[in-house]
Ligand binder design. Structure first.
Ligand code: 8YV
Length: 318
């Protein structure tokens, strides 16, 4: 019988994916950080041929340097900011990931947060449950979504899917990215501050990492202004979270819908006290259908690699 490739699983994954991996591979789980992990890597690191991880778990340079014979990485997720792509490229380790299959789901979540923040849905739910409707209290007015101006920061695959959703709401769409995207009809705004000034809803869906760290800072929030809403479904690092907390507390922006945070799963406590923010635990791709498709892509990427074929979804280093 042929030897099964040996994989290192960086963190717990969808049970169906773990079952799928167990069918074809010998899978070791990375022990928690500390002496146990160090001992495991010193003892077994050389055996590892592939790393299975997620956008959150990543693959750091420290981990890769403890795996001298690793030949492939397969990540569950589209974000690459936690993966050391430079090291992978230098060592000719192809990196598989799961783009495309989650575009619809993340775009749906972006719109959920636009609607939830603009129309104050979670606040309305709290209001009813607290008996305030029954006590005939007045619920504050929301912000109409149909016909509003939608600014999108980052017009990649998911950004374009969000923009398409907007046409069903008769929204005017503009976007900002490093350069204009060819072949799209939406208006390009080269200045992020101008886009924020113009937008009623500013949706952030640009990639994370050092290049976009704190792109949305106090000046962008002030340009968005007291009538504007911020929605973030990309990475917490793209927004200066301390500046956002202050802007929300001081009502310098109207509200926010946040699925991602700078130090997940820790969310600034100050936000819990604010009604003008909708919080979600990084669930943009989290539906049974999309997670299943992502799991399948992780398996397909690995299967292709070990069969000597090109991976269906391979990330590039630059
Ligand atoms: C997932 C994500 O939460 O794809 C990404 O980059 O952040 C999300 O889809 C993640 O990959 C699951 O751990």
């Amino acid at each position: 019988m042929q030897q099964r490739p040996v994989l290192l699983q960086v963190l717990p994954l969808l049970p169906a994916l773990e079952r799928g991996l167990a069918e074809s591979y010998t899978v070791h789980r990375l022990p928690p950080a500390g002496t146990e992990r160090e001992a495991f890597l010193a003892q077994r690191g050389k055996e590892i041929e592939g790393v299975v991880t997620s956008a959150q778990g990543g693959a750091s340079s420290a981990l890769l340097s403890a795996l001298p014979n690793v030949r492939v990485i397969s990540s569950f997720g589209v974000g690459l900011d936690q993966l050391d792509l430079a090291t992978a490229a230098r060592r000719n380790i192809p990196v598989g990931y799961t783009p495309d299959v989650l575009n619809d789901c993340v775009a749906d979540m972006a719109f959920s947060l636009v609607l939830a923040s603009g129309r104050r849905i979670p606040e309305a739910d709290r209001f009813v449950r607290a008996g305030r409707w029954a006590r005939k209290e007045a619920f504050p007015l929301g912000r109409q979504v149909s016909g509003a101006r939608l600014g999108i920061v980052g017009l990649g695959r998911i950004g374009r899917t969000i923009a398409k959703r907007a046409s069903g709401f008769d929204m005017d769409v503009r976007y900002h990215s490093r350069r204009p995207v060819e072949g799209v009809a939406w208006t390009y705004e080269p200045q992020l501050l101008e886009l924020a000034r113009w937008a009623d809803f500013l949706v952030v869906i640009t990639a994370g990492g050092a290049e976009t760290r704190h792109l949305i800072d106090a000046s962008v929030l002030d340009a968005l202004g007291p009538q504007g809403f911020l929605v973030n479904v990309s990475r917490g690092t793209v927004v200066d979270e301390a500046a956002l907390v202050r802007a929300l507390q001081e009502k310098r922006i109207a509200g926010a819908g946040l699925d991602v945070f700078e130090d997940e799963p820790n969310v600034p406590q100050e936000l819990f006290a604010l009604d003008n923010v909708v919080l979600a635990p990084h669930i943009s791709s989290s539906t049974a259908q999309t997670r299943q498709a992502m799991a399948q892509r992780v398996l397909d990427n690995l299967a292709a690699f070990f069969a000597g074929r090109e991976m269906p979804s391979r990330a590039s280093a630059g």
